[in-house]
Structure formats: C-alpha cells, structure tokens
Design a protein around this ligand. Structure first.
Ligand code: PEP
Ligand code: MG
Length: 543
C-alpha cells in the first residue's frame, strides 16, 4: 500500500476510510471525424451500445424504489428508443459521422425539440442528455460522466462537484468526499456538512493518486492512502446544549439553522434551532428546467417551514446564478458569473418571478404558522433593498430584510438598515468579494478564511450600524458555525447566528460559557490582529 499523504482543507467534520470511486470528468463533445472506413459496421456499433446502457439502467432500477426507480426505468426506455438509434445509424451511413458523433447529434435534435415544447417535456431533455452521454461514453470506451453508481460504501474523489450532484449523494453509500478544487465556503462543502459526509476540498494531487483506498479526515484536511477497508464516519463528541442561545450573563443571541430541504429543517429542529436564519430556496429547484408554479413552490416551502410553526424563519428569495444556476433564471452563460446577474439582480429584469415566489412564501407561511420573514440575496445598494422591501410588503409579508454579502452593502449598512427590518451577513460571499477570491477555488482558500481581520472589520461596520439603529444584524455564512468566531461576532454587535444543524450544539454550548464583555474583548483582539492565526489566538485569550 502506498504511504501517500495529502493535505487539503477539511470542510465537513468526521473521519472515514474506504475504497476509492472516481467521478469522471464531464464528457467532451465527440469530434466530427475521422470518417469511418466502413460506415456499415460503424453504424452497427450503435445498437449494442444502447443495449448495454439500457441494461445497466434497468439493473439499477431493480435495486431502486419510488421516484428513483421510475426515473431509471424511463431513462432505460429512452436508451432503447428505436427512432434515436435509427437517426444515429442514418447519420453514420449518409453523412459519414463516427458512431459517437452520430449519437451525440441525433440526441441533440431530440433535446432541442423537447426544450422547445417546454413544461414536462423540457424536464425530459436532461434525461435524454444523460442517456446520450452514457451511450457516447460506451462507444468511446470511457467512464460515463457524473456520480457513478455506488454498489457499496466508498470514498468519492472528484475534481469538483456541482451543488446539484452533491445534494443527491446518499450518505449511507458515500463514506467521505475529496475534491481537488473547491473552497471551504463553496456550496458543495456546505451541502456535504448538511449531509454529515466527511469532506476535504482543495486537495491538490488527489486526482493523480493511484491508490485503492483513502482515509479522509474532514477535521484536519489530511487524506492518506489506505488498503480500502471500510471504516465508517467517526464524528467527534457533540456538546450538550439546551436549545436557547444565551451567554452566561443572560445576553440573548438567537441560534438558528441554515436549511435547504425538509430533511435539513427536520435536522435543525431536532438539534434545537430556535428558528431558521437562512432558508436557501434555490436548493429546492436545482434540477428544475422551468419555473415551478406558485402551487408547487408553496408545497416545497411549506415542507421546510412545517417543523417551525410559531418560530422565526427567514426565507431567502432565489439566489440563482454563479455556482447555483437555475435553468429557468440563468439560461445564458456569463464570463464572470459570480459578478453577474445573480441573486436579487435577476429579479430586476423579471420582477414577476420574484412576485410569484413571494406569493408562494406568504401562502406557505399561512399554511404552516411559521413566523416568516423574507430576505433578498446579493444586494449592493440601499435603493435595491428598498425596492425589495416594497415588493415583499405588497405580497403581504410584513418583515423583510437583505443579505450583506457585497462589500458595498457593508459600507452602506446604515442606509440599508434604514429601509429594511433586519440584515444578515453572508460571510461566504462577503469574503469572496472582499478578497477577490473565488470561493470555489482551492488555490485561494486561505483568503476565504472567515478569521481574516479585513473581513472582521467589515462585519464590525455592519454590527455598529445595527446597534446604532437598534435593528437586528445576523450572520448566516459559515463564519457563524465556528464556536470561537461566534463569540467574536457577538462582540462585533451581531444579534443572531445561523448555521448548519451539525454546528448548533457546539456553538450554543460555547456561548453559554462566555459573556458579552468577554466577547467584546475577543472581538477587539481579533480586529487588531494582522492575520487569521493571530486573530484566533487573540480571541481565545480572554476566554
Ligand atoms: C453567504 O454568502 O455567506 C451565504 C450565506 O449565502 P450562500 O452561501 O448561499 O451564497
Ligand atoms: Mg451568498
């Protein structure tokens, strides 16, 4: 066994080992040539390839249940679709294309037709693309792209994973996750934490590592070669917390959950969250090809709000764009999507989409009895905040706030707080924009460290503005999930902290050992520090 050891950034706690399964890179478009010398026998390769793919999907369907079973059966039938096979064979014989290119083009025609039909048909376009990629991969003799089927518990290794892929991982099959790219505040890291899968990102060299197994430590970020023996996730002992966010001097700070699905909501409620400080609604629709109807949105939101009847829940309106594109809101690629039309910016061009979402949120609130506020993502100016608040009020939602995740919003905190009921600081994006460091890139992960003093100084500005105006200022970025940093944030004037359910007990228990005076001393020390390491030491000193 190799003694290889790599260091990445641990982003989801726990340690596990097991056999490695690699996620294949996305499939390149098959080239046009070379022209096959014997088109007839080239065309004859297509049917066996589709049969192999259909058989694999049918086998998978046998071991699945519910929706997954139905989807696999439908996809298997698509792979065997005689008209797709016929058209592809014709392209080989008449136009001299290779079998792979012919399947690619023939399926492309179906995809375009389905997309043009819209509605349910458009949803099927993705399935045809999936079948196309599987058949092309089979013809080229390479692994099909996407998350492979895991027959037994394994460690997944990938260059990076899209949030939509990560959200679909089965924690009983994925022992741990290691990516070559990715930052600590990327949505993949956030989703891995909420699924409880130990994860290490920015692990340079892991793709080249030819080993049978890996041992992954999601706390230290160390990844070692192993013999492939399965050792399931061992997580550190959880602190005991009574579900009330209170310092030892009686100072109250709301300790809330970040959620994106009914399962997250149930886990946050079970872990004692006093409410929800961030409901990422876009996580409900990562796979949707079309804008969900108001009724479908209401149902999706109500399922998440249900465990919080009578409790405060901040519902964030769709934060589509950047690494979380939604097909119905961000159809065109942008050169710099993180700096593009994302979050609330999408709504300026299409306010009717925002209005329909607000209507659905109000209906879900009425249905469940949750005490709902709404919050807009990616706000840069006070005028944008005022625009959002007026639309929320028009939809019958009385409490409206915005996220502070663009540096201009932190610098304009006073003006913004004058027109909203509350703000919540998204430290993940705020760090990305302050340091000009892509939160998905392993190479700049150190800049996205929430202990960076320049980031803390911006948070302090917002905290001071909130205190001066007597309005709540929360933090719902990953910074809130670090128990020591949570104390610093309180010292900077933060009134609520919202985090992944796995962090609630540790943060809640830590607050109970601190006082406002101690938090303010810790904050002063961290603000004055020259770097993250010194900031941490300075914050620890008064405790
Ligand atoms: C943030 O940016 O800190 C935040 C909470 O929003 P998201 O992580 O969904 O971008
Ligand atoms: Mg954000």
């Amino acid at each position: 066994m190799s003694s290889a050891r790599l260091n990445g950034v641990g982003v989801s706690s726990g340690r596990a080992s097991g056999p490695v399964v690699r996620v294949a890179e996305s499939l390149p478009e098959p080239p046009l040539g070379p022209r096959p010398t014997d088109p007839k026998s080239e065309a004859a390769r297509i049917r066996p390839a589709t049969e192999v793919v259909a058989q694999r999907l049918t086998d998978r369907a046998k071991h699945a249940s519910g929706d997954a079973k139905a989807v696999l059966e439908t996809t298997a039938a698509m792979a065997n679709d005689p008209s797709l096979i016929k058209q592809a064979e014709k392209l080989v014989i008449d136009d001299g294309l290779t079998a792979a290119r012919a399947v690619y083009q023939a399926a492309g025609k179906f995809v375009t037709a389905l997309q043009a039909a819209g509605g349910y048909m458009a949803e099927r376009a993705r399935d045809v693309q999936d079948v196309r990629d599987r058949v092309v991969a089979e013809l080229l003799g390479i692994a099909p792209p996407g998350i492979p089927d895991l027959a037994s518990p394994s460690v997944l290794v990938a260059r990076d994973l899209a949030p939509a892929d990560t959200a679909g991982l089965d924690p009983s099959k994925v022992l741990a996750l290691v990516t070559e790219e990715g930052g600590p505040t990327s949505h993949t890291a956030i989703l891995a934490r909420s699924l409880g899968i130990p994860a290490v990102v920015a692990c340079r060299g892991v793709l080249e590592l030819l080993v049978e197994g890996l041992d992954v430590d999601g706390d230290t970020g160390v990844v070692r070669a192993s013999d492939g023996t399965v050792r399931a996730a061992a997580t550190g002992k959880k602190a005991v917390w009574n579900g009330v966010g209170i310092l030892k001097d009686g100072h109250r700070v709301k300790v809330l959950g970040n959620v994106g699905s009914p399962a997250d909501a149930a886990a946050a409620a079970a872990a004692g969250a006093e409410g929800v400080g961030l409901f990422r609604t876009e996580f409900c629709f990562l796979d949707a090809a079309e804008e969900p109807s108001v009724a479908a949105q209401t149902e999706a939101y109500a399922a998440v709000l249900a465990p919080f009847a009578g409790k405060p829940v901040v519902v964030r309106t769709l934060d589509a764009g950047a690494d979380k594109p939604l097909a119905f809101l961000n159809p065109d690629p942008e050169p710099n999507p993180a700096l593009g039309v994302r979050g609330l910016r999408v709504a300026f061009d299409r306010p009717e989409v925002l209005d329909r979402q607000l209507t659905a949120i109000a209906a879900a609130a009425a249905q469940t009895g949750a005490d709902v506020s709404v919050m807009a993502p990616m706000v840069a100016l006070a005028s944008e905040a005022a625009w959002f608040v007026s639309r929320a009020r028009a939809a019958g939602i009385q409490r409206a706030g915005v996220m502070v995740e663009v540096p201009s919003a932190a610098l304009a905190a006073r003006e913004i707080l004058q027109v909203v009921d509350f703000v919540s600081i998204g430290t993940n994006d705020l760090a990305q924009y302050v340091f000009a460091a892509d939160r998905q890139l392993g190479g700049v992960a150190a800049l996205n460290d929430p202990w960076q003093p320049p980031l803390l100084r911006l948070i302090a500005l917002v905290g001071e503005a909130g205190t001066a105006l007597g309005k709540p200022v929360g933090v719902c970025g990953e910074a809130a999930a670090d128990p020591l940093l949570a104390c610093v944030l309180i010292g900077l004037g933060i009134t609520s902290l919202s985090m992944n359910h796995t962090a609630l007990a540790d943060v809640g228990a830590r607050l109970a050992t601190s006082s406002l005076d101690i938090c303010q001393l810790a904050a002063r020390g961290a603000l004055a520090a020259p770097d993250p390491g010194t900031a941490k030491l300075a914050a620890r000193a008064p405790h």
